[in-house]
Design a protein around this ligand. Structure first.
Ligand code: 26Y
Length: 822
């Protein structure tokens, strides 16, 4: 039998083993007898990093020699998760490393558990950025990710007495083996101060910004390894440091402590990731974070451009495209204008011409509370020159609007970057649309709503500028690495090409009816459920039956995602079981993973309620093992990798029109879970791919939601008309789930009745409950379920992030791939 190694492997087992031991000795100063798993982990990473850095060097040289056009992905969040398993997989060194460690008496799986997640993001938007840079490297595209080097990523969640507690995340406490500091590429960023207007002899005007503070941006590079390890791109993250410039006078005057204060202020900029998603808090420090990383990144890009092209700006837009991941980096637009006008001394039209060929913008939300707006006064204080530039952009844009709609002041007010009111606000979405050459939504329905509801006049003004690029996920992490058992089964049936050509999975469809394959497929699912059951036992103490349906809802906690719809249905099932001990249902385990923004009261109340209902249900002998509820604490990428392969049912139950795309829906379906979902976001496209027979769609459509709201939605109608809804909501008010504390769960009932039920939970309840009956029925027919699950996996080709990136490349970025020699 011939040993199979992927073409990427350039080092064999004994060499890898030697490298690990060498790093144990020479990098970590320990030895094989003393080393604990953490030391083994670091030594294994260091051995891997040798290969990674060689790939990085070759890639950078190749890109430099070819003077390639590149995409620069600007994102305030990159939710990378763990890197060891991914890098080993992508280099084809997983078996090599696992064998080498085995000979040293160490389990690779245990070693990998030592790695802290790199959680520099909140949720979908940050994880999308991570999937995209994986695909860019895999497709050998010249690309760089730019973001912030947060000292603390998203908080660690603990559950105490059912409630969420936030603890600081410290992903770099004992050193991060992947990142490389690049002090040679430090940038300086100005803040505060005032603008001086200078009148030249020829009547020209020059602006000079006299900053009140200068901070340093220190770049840290994380290598991004493409599949098969050919291209290694970088993710460059900026850390803030005091520049020390303005401290000396104070210092010499004996102000040692004051000088330290300025250091603290500077270093605060990259201290912590804001844990809010979808709610704009308008915090000054967040704006400073955004400007800080955008300014550093643009200066970095310009330095690299000038090295090849000197002061000739004309080719800048040919070499550089910047993708804005939502409006968080939108301040990059006036920043590039400032550099072109005040530093390069280009005239406005030339500068604007360059700018509007460089930027493209992705919108990820329609929720009004998530659309970023900054008080003009705040921008003026922090970035006085940028506010002037924003006003000038707006002034010129208003005359464009006037040409299209002469004399129409209403449309001007609506489209203006500036929202007038008792406090003037700068609308970052408008700035982004005006300053970009392309704007995209993230799923078909979302992009349609962006055009129809969010930016209709912009769509009329610039037809074709607004477009769709449906999201995707990397199948390397979300199938090959996280589900090795299913991956091996797939390899055996259709070959090993699917990780870079996911449409190949289609080859499984013809096996969907094959009894033997069905058995193997469900056997893998069963084994994955066993592993998750062990994890559940270890982290919560709860015993679950692996023959039960594993029904999973994993995502940030938000009213629009409707975890409380799921919870109300669980309570309804519990009631049915109590009323009728013979109530016929297949045993089910409802499993949740979710973090709530620390200031989002109702979201935290929902977590509390899930845990309280779980306590009661799980300890009630009357349910006869038919119902279990599990809330797994600290949901994160590495936990998702354990939950997704073990899921039977995927809950995607947002109010139609609210979830821009969703990407967990794709990961779960790819791993053979069946979706119960609304016609929202990418669910619609998933349904198109798998067919209506292989998905459980329920509830109101966007049109029905709008019509109901139009006619006047009254949740009390549903409360009084549906006895089960009433019983369940009233139950929340008793002390049944919180003995001795009646009313502890009442805020949920209140939001659904007096609060007006903004996400129409009650309106969709009955349809949801009916769809769940169909799930139950389908699961009992094991052959039918196996077939449906196989078809789900088989039809996920469209949802590889490689396809999303191909769309961006062909329709927006116009990039060419640049092969790197091994
Ligand atoms: C402005 C600030 C408060 C803010 C911070 C983070 C606003 C939004 C966010 C994050 C948004 C986010 O994660 N959106 C999700 O993006 C995914 C990738 O496109 C979508 O799949 C998902 O539907 C959307 O909610």
């Amino acid at each position: 039998k011939v040993m199979k190694t992927t073409p990427a492997a350039k080092i064999d087992k004994s060499e890898f083993k030697a490298a690990v031991v060498r790093h144990l000795h020479c990098t970590l100063g320990t030895d094989e007898n003393k080393a604990n798993n953490h030391a083994w982990w670091k030594a294994t990473c260091a051995a891997m990093q040798e290969q990674v850095l060689e790939g990085l060097r070759k890639t950078q040289k190749t890109h430099y020699m070819n003077d390639t056009r590149a995409v620069h992905y600007f994102s305030a969040e990159f939710l990378m998760g763990r890197l060891l398993s991914n890098n080993l997989q992508n280099f084809g060194l997983y078996e090599v490393a696992s064998g080498a460690l085995k000979e040293l008496g160490v389990e690779l799986a245990d070693v990998m558990e030592e790695e802290p997640d790199m959680a520099l993001g909140n949720g979908g938007l940050g994880r999308l950025a991570a999937c995209f840079i994986d695909s860019l490297a895999t497709m050998e595209l010249p690309a760089i990710g730019y973001g912030l080097h947060y000292e603390h990523g998203l908080f660690r969640q603990e559950i105490r007495s059912g409630a969420q507690i936030e603890r600081p995340d410290s992903w770099r406490d004992y050193g991060n083996p992947w990142e490389i500091c690049r002090p040679e590429s430090i940038q300086e960023v100005s803040l505060y101060g005032y603008v001086e207007t200078k009148y030249g002899e020829n009547g020209g005007i020059q602006k000079e910004w006299h900053p009140g503070m200068i901070v340093k941006g220190v770049p840290w590079d994380i290598p991004v390894v493409g599949y098969e390890g050919k291209t290694v791109n970088v993710l460059r993250l900026w850390q803030s440091e005091a520049s020390g410039y303005f401290n000396w006078d104070v210092f010499n005057a004996g102000g040692y402590v004051d000088a330290q204060r300025e250091n603290v202020q500077a270093e605060t900029i990259s201290k912590v990731l804001y844990p809010n998603d979808e709610t704009e808090a308008g915090k000054e420090l967040r704006l400073i974070q955004q400007y800080f990383f955008c300014s550093c990144s643009l200066k970095d890009i310009i330095r690299r451009y000038k090295r090849a092209h000197g002061d000739d700006w004309s080719r800048f837009p040919e070499q550089v495209v910047v993708q804005l991941n939502d409006t968080h980096p939108a301040i990059a637009i006036p920043e590039l204008m400032r550099i072109l006008l005040d530093r390069a001394e280009l005239d406005w039209d030339t500068a604007w011409g360059i700018c509007t060929k460089v930027f493209a913008y992705t919108n990820h939300t329609l929720l009004p509370e998530a659309l970023e707006k900054w008080p003009a006064r705040m921008i003026e204080k922090i970035l006085p020159r940028h506010l002037e530039i924003i006003y000038e952009i707006n002034h010129r844009f208003m005359s464009v609007v006037d040409k299209k709609w002469p004399g129409d002041n209403a449309v001007k007010a609506k489209l203006s970057i500036i929202e007038e009111g008792h406090e003037k606000m700068v609308r970052m979405g408008h700035l982004s649309v005006i300053g970009s050459f392309a704007v995209n939504g993230v799923a078909e329905i979302h992009s349609k709503l962006v055009k129809q509801n969010l930016f209709p006049e912009f769509d009329q003004l610039w037809p074709g500028k607004l477009t769709n690029v449906t999201n995707g996920i990397t199948p390397r992490r979300w199938l090959k690495a996280c589900n090795p058992k299913l991956s091996k089964l797939i390899d055996k049936k259709i070959g090993e090409d699917w990780p870079k050509d996911l449409y190949k999975l289609e080859g499984l469809a013809k096996l969907a009816d094959n009894k033997a394959f069905q058995k193997q497929f469900m056997q893998v699912k069963q084994e994955n459920k066993q592993l998750l059951a062990e994890e559940i036992k270890a982290s919560t103490g709860i015993d679950v039956d692996t023959k039960a349906i594993f029904d999973v809802q994993i995502k940030r906690l938000h009213e629009y995602k409707r975890q409380h719809l799921n919870l109300l249905h669980i309570m309804a099932l519990y009631r049915r079981l109590l009323e009728n001990p013979d109530y016929d249902m297949h045993p089910r385990v409802f499993i949740f993973g979710a973090k709530a923004a620390p200031g989002y009261k109702l979201a935290k109340d929902i977590i509390f309620a899930i845990n309280k209902v779980a306590d009661k249900v799980n300890n009630d002998p009357r349910v006869n093992g038919k119902l279990k509820v599990v809330f797994l604490p600290n949901y994160r990428v590495s936990l998702a990798e354990k939950m997704i392969p073990a899921s039977d049912v995927s809950e995607q139950i947002s109010t139609a029109g609210k979830e821009a795309s969703g990407t967990g829906n794709m990961k779960l379906a790819l791993n053979g879970a069946l979706t119960i979902g609304t016609l929202d976001g990418a669910n619609i496209e998933i349904a198109e791919e798998v067919g209506d027979d292989n998905i459980f769609i329920f509830g109101m459509t966007v049109e029905e939601v709008d019509a109901l709201r139009e006619k006047g939605y009254n949740p009390h109608d549903y409360y009084y008309r549906d006895a089960e809804i009433k019983a369940v909501l009233d139950w929340l008010e008793t002390d049944y789930f919180t003995p001795g504390s009646p009313g502890a769960l009442v805020s949920i009932k209140q939001s659904l009745l007096d609060g007006g039920d903004p996400y129409m939970v009650l309106a969709d309840f009955r349809a949801y409950s009916d769809a769940q009956l169909k799930v139950d029925e389908a699961y009992r027919d094991t052959a039918r379920w196996a077939k449906m699950a196989i078809i789900n996996t088989a039809k996920m080709g469209k949802f590889t992030s490689d396809r999303s990136i191909k769309d961006y490349v062909e329709r927006i970025w116009k990039l060419e791939s640049c092969p790197v020699e091994k």
